[in-house]
Design a protein around this ligand. Structure first.
Ligand code: FAD
Length: 278
């Protein structure tokens, strides 16, 4: 049985040969779910560029559509042009175009301010060669002044030429539905695919969510805190229930696909796919 909507998977470039072997095994398992594409993140300020491009190359060689994330903060037009040529030569047809965040201590420098500048640059340089995904934030990007400004920033990326969007992960379906409704009112027709974060490690999720501005609802935070440090199987089973119910609600409410943040692990995402009827 196939999933009722397309699914895509996100990986990060491994740092060690052991990590690379594990990721290769995870990918092989995940391909059974028939992803529309697999994407690979791009470290702050281009710090993982070689690893990102290597992983993208491997996915393409495995016969699966690959999307490279690419971030523009701190980059020059010249370096970005070279990246686009390299990606094009590798056979990449899909990008996730981001502003990114510079690690603290780095000056801004660079010739791009926002992701919308990058999207416009990619279109000017490469025409329609790439399908361009951008990020969006149903619970607002943490640096935005207010939700309306953030929505306008999203609209600017679509108007600059983005084809579709992937959201930051969230656990509140209503935030997603409202965001989509408001985007449509602003004239944004691009598909908005929810980003899905499996719950496998309570402490890690709580820490990560605080940093990226994803809200953990009080009931969920309290449950996770009470399970933290306990039996990992119990946390995984609870996390699967929560994320499967969220995903089902999103699909039933018209989400055009699901984009899973795999954290380079196959198990939790495959369990989710099974729960959703694959
Ligand atoms: P932008 O769209 O440029 O927005 C950044 C901020 O600027 C927002 O607050 C926005 O409201 C504001 N803004 C935008 N345009 C304007 C304007 N014209 N005037 C005033 N304000 C404006 N990070 C990585 O480093 N590597 C990755 O691979 C990566 N992948 C990601 C994938 C997804 C699906 C998501 C959701 C996030 C990802 N991130 C990644 C994180 C992302 O880089 C950060 O969230 C970053 O802080 C913002 O990037 P952006 O592309 O959304 O920026």
């Amino acid at each position: 049985m196939a999933l009722p909507v397309p699914i895509s998977f996100e990986f990060f470039p491994p740092k060690t040969p052991e990590g690379a072997r594990k990721l290769c095994a995870a990918r092989a398992q995940l391909y059974a779910a028939g992803p529309q594409f697999c994407s690979v993140t791009y470290g702050a300020g281009g710090s993982t560029q070689a690893g990102t491009f290597d992983t993208v190359r491997q996915i393409l060689a495995e016969g699966v559509a690959a999307a490279s994330h690419i971030s523009c903060i701190g980059a020059t037009r010249e370096s970005m042009r070279a990246n686009l040529v390299a990606l094009r030569d590798m056979g990449v047809r899909r990008l996730v175009a981001l502003r990114g965040d510079l690690p603290s201590g780095f000056g801004l420098g660079g010739e791009f301010q926002y992701a919308s500048d990058l999207v416009a640059f990619i279109r000017a340089e490469s025409g329609r060669h790439f399908h361009i995904e951008v990020a969006c934030y149903p619970e607002m990007h943490p640096q935005a002044r207010n939700p309306q400004d953030d929505l306008r920033a999203f609209a600017a990326k679509v108007n600059a030429g983005a084809d579709s969007a992937i959201t930051q992960y969230f656990f509140n379906a209503d935030a997603y539905f409202r965001f989509v409704q408001e985007a449509r009112k602003l004239g944004i027709a691009a598909p908005i695919v929810p980003g899905i974060m499996p719950i496998t490690n309570a402490a890690q999720l709580l820490r990560f969510s605080d940093a990226c501005g994803a809200e953990i609802p009080r009931w969920l935070r309290l449950r996770l805190q009470s399970l933290d440090g306990g039996d990992p199987q119990t946390i995984r089973a609870f996390g699967l229930d929560v994320v499967a119910a969220l995903s089902q609600r999103l699909i039933d409410g018209g989400a055009p696909g699901l984009h899973c943040y795999t954290l380079n692990q196959a198990g939790p995402v495959l369990a989710l796919c099974e729960r959703l009827g694959l």
